[in-house]
Design a protein around this ligand. Sequence first.
Ligand SMILES: Cc1ncc(COP(=O)(O)O)c(C=O)c1O
Length: 390
Amino acid sequence: MPLPSERITNISEGDQEGWEVYLKAVDMIRSGEDVLMLSIGDHDFPTPVETIDAAKKALDDGHTKYTTMQGIPQLLKAMAKVSTKALSLPVTTDEVVTMAGGQSGLYAAMQACVNPGDHVIILSPHYVTYPGTVRSAGATFTLVSCSPENGFEPKAEDIEAAIQPNTKAVLMNTPNNPTCAIYSRETLEAIGEVCIKHDLWIISDEVYWSLSNGKHVSPRALPGLKERTVVLVSMSKSHVMTGWRMGWIVAEPEMVHNFMQHNLVNSYGISDFISRAAAEALENDYGVGELQELFTKRGGVFREALIGANDIRILNEDGAMYFMIDIRNITHDAETFAFKLLEEEKLCVMPGDSFGPSASGHIRISLCQPEDKLREGAKRLKRFASNYSS
Ligand SMILES: Cc1ncc(COP(=O)(O)O)c(C=O)c1O
């Protein structure tokens, strides 16, 4: 076989480090062990039945052909309407373009904003695919740490200090996975000033906007930042549609045109029947409100069950479908902690280090389990933490 490209063989090099705990748990489950998984952010219940029915109807009505590179009009209208709410900024149909989920949007945004040889600043802790997404555009990156002492919010001066002559973009995620930090307006304004001064793109991953109890602020809505901010939105988390692969980008119309060129050579557009079901789900907010309520309730259940575990501390009040837990009073080695927790209590959590060095000394748990399992998970974690010796 001829050699594959270096681009593809290096794309995710080293990015799965820290995921060994999760991979081991998957192996244990395969060999019949009863492991409680509080690790992955995929809902434990199906897509709302109304969305599924809309897709079935669209199939029955014969919507099985090619669509357009931007997306079908009904979907673009629904995306513009939801974007207006999500970003607190009027968004028109010529400012949105469909993507096959948030990850496709991330990939397209990176391709559209940076040249090979450019440099990108990734605010970290970060979602695991970010480094590979930057590499896939032939660019390099620096992780800028957001410290737990600052509530995992970034500091504009740290970003400015990391800027190189070839820096082209800042990649950020609010509400954040894994930390659940929701960046404040002041933080975003300060970052915005730096980006204006150095003429940088802001690639803003807002896939968790609907799980912020209304606290989400989009940098695109801030004065002077609209034209330089490309926003990624997805229906995966907000509408319980992870497997449908449906998301979109909000950007200036000229950039939307570029994204359409990208779709032309990449996906050749999104599936028609999924587009129609997605449009209906967006128009009617299928599942959205219930989801926020559910995760808020589940968070309360887990928090209450963890009371008395003095040495570990849940950090965030709102944000996404996770909890970040500070275990630094017990150990800074979250990976060993998580491995032993898996072995001794059959409970799988993610060590913070899986998301970048600034989350070391923390673990992330996902609330994608029913209440009884969350109670049980908190019980096991509490028991384990109180007897832990590193
Ligand atoms: C921060 C963040 N961005 C993007 C994605 C990708 O989402 P999608 O399923 O829409 O591709 C995820 C998925 O977990 C995520 O957590």
